[in-house]
Design a protein around this ligand. Structure first.
Ligand code: NAD
Length: 300
């Protein structure tokens, strides 16, 4: 082992695993834990030290990353008996990269602070491709001095790294981003159905819209890669996008801000889940419209 900071990683899924691998590639000692033992074994084969619970990660690491499905799992891993907080030393820094609510992060940061532990929200954008390439956009909510301490480490997994402001602001900007992504995706799906019904080919729409004012990231990332191939494997799951729209609605409620577009988009992703598409890429909501309207956009 070298004198680099000891990194702990909790949650080795689509995002967490490639991030942890990038730390190994840079020569960091990585301690890895996931409830799925298979994914821990895969990381051990690449040089990580496998841990059998989150407490063991906390005892071994100076900086602990978490990349977990939702806020209730993050909170459980942190506060459960023999979990992270029970086993952290004073001075440890926890960096949660999951997409969760600012209120959950602030609750965790309050508990951490009382123990002399720093708790940072650092959600990401860029998908599995960005995680593998080490080019994620990282949105950090932390005190300035803590941000300066972790910047070098974040550069291992990130391309554009932003210090957004104090704790919770990283989560806030991520929620705003994913609200826009979800609404833009919902709009794209219904627009394509209308276009086909009006006699347009999806290829024609793709060519012209990509040079016109209706274009969006949702279109750039999802139209050619998923919808035109009629293949929705991998990518960013409907379930995760639905969760993120829920975070936006929750933040809207907490701050008395109406979010009508978000509420509508949430129902469209709910329809995707009800149709059994929850684990497919978010662009698979087009299948809901295809079924209702009997219009096929691609793949025939
Ligand atoms: P994932 O479901 O692939 O991975 C989550 C991992 O957490 C799984 O390996 C699971 O076994 C593990 N896990 C669940 N409960 C656990 C527990 N109690 N203790 C330890 N491990 C546990 O999800 P993901 O796609 O990697 O996303 C992780 C987070 O990043 C989510 O909050 C998501 O919204 C966010 N995110 C995902 C993407 C993406 O493109 N997939 C992009 C940006 C942000």
């Amino acid at each position: 082992m070298n004198n680099k900071i000891k990194i702990g990683f909790i949650g080795l899924g689509a995002m967490g695993k490639p991030m942890a691998v990038n730390f190994l590639k840079e020569g960091y000692a990585v301690f890895a834990y996931d409830v799925n033992a298979k994914t821990v074994d895969e990381l051990v084969a690449k040089g990580a030290v496998g841990c059998s619970n989150s407490g063991a990660i906390a005892r071994a690491s100076e900086i602990i990353f978490s990349s977990l499905p939702n806020a209730s799992i993050v909170e459980m891993v942190m506060v459960e008996k023999e979990g992270v907080f029970d086993n952290c030393r004073e001075g440890t820094i926890i960096i949660d990269m999951s997409s969760v609510s600012p209120s959950s992060t602030l609750k965790m940061a309050g508990i951490a602070e009382a123990q002399g532990i720093k708790y940072v929200d650092a959600p990401v954008s860029g998908g599995t491709k960005g995680a593998e390439a080490g080019t994620l956009t990282i949105m950090v909510g932390a005190d300035k001095d803590v941000f300066e301490k972790i910047k070098t480490v974040l550069e291992v997994i990130g391309g554009d790294i932003y210090h957004v402001g104090p704790t919770g602001t990283g989560d806030a900007v991520k929620i705003v981003n994913n609200l826009m992504l979800g609404c833009n995706m919902a709009t794209l799906a219904e627009a394509l159905i209308l276009g086909v019904k009006c006699g347009l080919k999806v290829e024609t729409m793709q060519e012209i819209l990509s040079k016109s004012s209706g274009r969006s990231y949702a279109m750039e990332a999802k139209l050619e890669k998923f919808i035109m191939k009629d293949d929705f494997e991998g990518g960013f799951a409907i379930d995760l996008q639905y969760k993120d729209l829920g975070l936006a609605l929750e933040a809207g409620r907490e701050n008395s801000i109406p979010l009508p577009m978000t509420a509508l988009a949430t129902q469209i992703f709910e329809s995707g889940r009800a149709s059994g598409l929850g684990r497919e890429d978010m662009s698979a909501i087009i299948k809901v419209w295809e079924k209702i309207t009997n219009v096929k956009v691609a793949g025939e």
